[in-house]
Design a protein around this ligand. Structure first.
Ligand SMILES: *[C@@H]1O[C@H](CO)[C@@H](O)[C@H](O)[C@H]1NC(C)=O
Ligand SMILES: *[C@@H]1O[C@H](CO)[C@@H](O)[C@H](O)[C@H]1NC(C)=O
Ligand SMILES: *[C@@H]1O[C@H](CO)[C@@H](O)[C@H](O)[C@H]1NC(C)=O
Ligand SMILES: *[C@@H]1O[C@H](CO)[C@@H](O)[C@H](O)[C@H]1NC(C)=O
Ligand SMILES: *[C@@H]1O[C@H](CO)[C@@H](O)[C@H](O)[C@H]1NC(C)=O
Ligand SMILES: *[C@@H]1O[C@H](CO)[C@@H](O)[C@H](O)[C@H]1NC(C)=O
Ligand SMILES: *[C@@H]1O[C@H](CO)[C@@H](O)[C@H](O)[C@H]1NC(C)=O
Ligand SMILES: *[C@@H]1O[C@H](CO)[C@@H](O)[C@H](O)[C@H]1NC(C)=O
Length: 481
């Protein structure tokens, strides 16, 4: 039995010996500074591995203005920690006084340097600790903090010194693994790849915490579908394009958003800019055109659709338009079309829709517009959506079947345009930009128009220039010199 205990004791000693001294010659601070020779008793004396140089603080306790003492080493980055050894100053013939001054101390391990957000590794309740003190402290952190206090009104155990309590640390040796991301008796095993801060339990190699997006003791599992982030506790927005799951680390939708949504995580709702706005179309349907009026595409009732007259070889009309006036200048982000569906005629309908274009126009003309999308040569789906980051007032759907053009075989040569819904998504107010439409365009942008992403003016009011139209030709020109 005795032999067994000795073996266990020996192996603990041997194991702890195998770890590296990670505090040697690092940076340290302390408080309160000793009034006499502060430099002589500096905080780093506890890290020089010379037992004859020690720190000393101003005394704390009953007859002092100071009630607490703090000493802190900063490793500069996170380390894997195994144990802490403190050598408190020993004076011949004063051992019990020194132990009474040391008594009641705490050791904290911290990522931030603040005791408030630190983990307590050890709190002394031994009565009077030995002056050569060691505790196992399986943890990780960037700072190790020594703390002690003698407060007024607290009754301390009999052996505690309560006045003139000088703290004198000759050495503070923190054992752990010097090489980042290692564990094991010889610090020669690699922590699992997705442990947070690249630190893990110094004996078992389990992670204390995982990097965002990973879970499990060894952080080998990705978050379940639909979840992301630290501890997989954040829910994906659920608005990624095509019902895709979000990135398990960042929550971003890698292939874009559903039509109504914006932002890298698709969590910013888009505004339907075309709803119940004034729409027109040409050529008018020769039948009951009132039944198929242009506004049917902006009523958000999928059962009512528009219809133009037929275009193509057997018709005098070769071009079809549908146009909505948004009623002001807007930032457009995407456009969705629900084209008319007839049971068993999907390919015919797609062949009729094929080849269309979408424009965003400032004045309703195609000449003064920018192209958002030009379809072809594959057949488009009847539920169609495209991103279209433009600024304008009108959105134009256009298609044509010209006599002189030979279209792909899958195209219908004669076409009716039947739009059940055409939805324009974007910022609902002019003069705004940014993902959430929450930034105001620079005041000197012409017509308050600016780039929806970076806020640069597309052109300036007369007399101003520069990306943001902040430069005034008047002060910058003749008058300034
Ligand atoms: C330890 O510090 C003392 C006092 O400063 C000094 O005299 C001695 O040379 C140091 N020892 C070593 C090994 O540096
Ligand atoms: C402190 O104690 C440990 C054993 O617990 C011993 O290895 C070490 O040499 C001691 N340090 C001093 C300075 O006595
Ligand atoms: C993640 O889990 C760890 C360990 O359970 C916990 O300390 C931490 O506060 C958690 N973080 C978040 C953001 O939930
Ligand atoms: C989207 O995903 C959810 C959950 O995985 C499923 O219930 C739903 O049917 C999917 N919708 C589409 C359109 O694929
Ligand atoms: C959609 O339009 C149809 C046909 O005009 C009508 O019967 C129906 O009530 C409308 N639905 C809604 C929700 O307005
Ligand atoms: C395009 O804009 C210019 C300048 O504002 C204007 O002169 C021209 O008439 C416009 N074109 C059409 C077809 O409206
Ligand atoms: C724009 O949308 C926001 C948020 O949905 C709303 O608070 C605001 O009243 C809308 N403004 C206009 C002019 O429609
Ligand atoms: C802003 O974005 C536009 C369009 O994406 C680009 O042409 C322009 O160079 C950008 N300006 C700046 C200052 O980034």
């Amino acid at each position: 039995m005795d032999c067994y205990i000795v073996l266990v004791y020996l192996s603990i000693v041997l194991l702890s010996r195998a770890y590296d001294d990670i505090s040697y010659q690092h940076y340290a601070v302390q408080y309160p500074l000793f009034g006499g020779h502060a430099e002589f008793y500096k905080a780093t004396n506890a890290l020089d591995r010379n037992i004859s140089t020690c720190t000393r603080n101003e005394g704390i306790g009953l007859n002092s203005q100071h009630k607490s003492v703090m000493w802190r080493v900063d490793f500069g980055r996170m380390y894997n920690i195994y144990s802490v050894n403190i050598l408190f100053k020993h004076y011949e013939g004063y051992e019990m006084r020194q132990r009474g001054r040391f008594a009641g101390f705490s050791i904290y391990i911290s990522n931030s340097g603040d005791i408030d957000t630190s983990a307590l590794c050890y709190h002394d309740e031994t009565g009077v600790p030995p002056l050569n003190f060691t505790t196992i402290c399986l943890s990780f952190g960037r700072y190790v903090i020594f703390y002690n206090e003698r407060l007024n009104g607290v009754s301390y155990p009999e052996k505690y010194e309560v006045s003139n309590v000088f703290t004198e640390l000759c050495e503070v040796i923190v054992y752990g693994c010097k090489t980042a991301g290692t564990y094991g008796n010889n610090c020669d095993s690699q922590c699992p790849r997705h442990c947070r801060y690249n630190t893990c339990h110094i004996q078992s190699g389990t992670c204390f915490e995982c990097e965002p997006g990973w879970i499990g003791s060894y952080c080998r599992q990705e978050c379940a579908e639909g979840w992301y982030g630290q501890n997989c506790t954040l829910k994906c927005s659920g608005h990624c394009r095509d019902n895709a799951s979000c990135d398990h680390v960042t929550g971003q939708c890698l292939d874009g958003c559903d039509a109504e949504w914006k932002g890298s995580r698709c969590d910013v709702e888009q505004i339907d800019l075309s709803y119940q706005k004034a729409a027109t179309q040409l050529p008018l349907y020769s039948g009951l055109h009132e039944l198929f009026k242009a506004n049917n595409a902006v009523d958000r009732n999928i059962t009512t659709c528009t219809r133009t007259d037929i275009i193509g070889p057997n018709s005098p009309d070769k071009r079809a338009w549908w146009k909505v006036d948004l009623g002001g200048m807007y930032h457009v982000n995407s456009i969705r079309i629900a084209f008319k569906k007839y049971d068993d005629f999907e390919m015919r309908q797609r062949g009729r829709l094929a080849g269309f274009s979408l424009f965003v126009s400032t004045d309703g003309s195609i000449e003064n517009s920018s192209l958002c999308y030009k379809d072809g040569p594959k057949l488009p789906p009847l539920d169609f959506i495209t991103h279209c980051v433009k600024y304008g007032r009108y959105v134009i759907f256009y298609n044509e079947r010209l006599d002189a053009v030979s279209y792909p075989a899958s195209y219908e040569h004669s076409s009716y345009t039947e739009l059940c819904e055409l939805t324009v998504y974007g910022c609902n107010k002019s003069g705004l930009y940014g993902n959430k439409c929450d930034f105001v365009c620079p005041v000197r942008c012409k017509d308050k128009i600016c780039d929806i992403k970076n806020g640069t003016c597309l052109s300036c009011e007369p007399g101003f220039f520069g990306n943001y139209c902040t430069i005034d030709t008047f002060t910058c020109g003749e008058n300034s010199a």
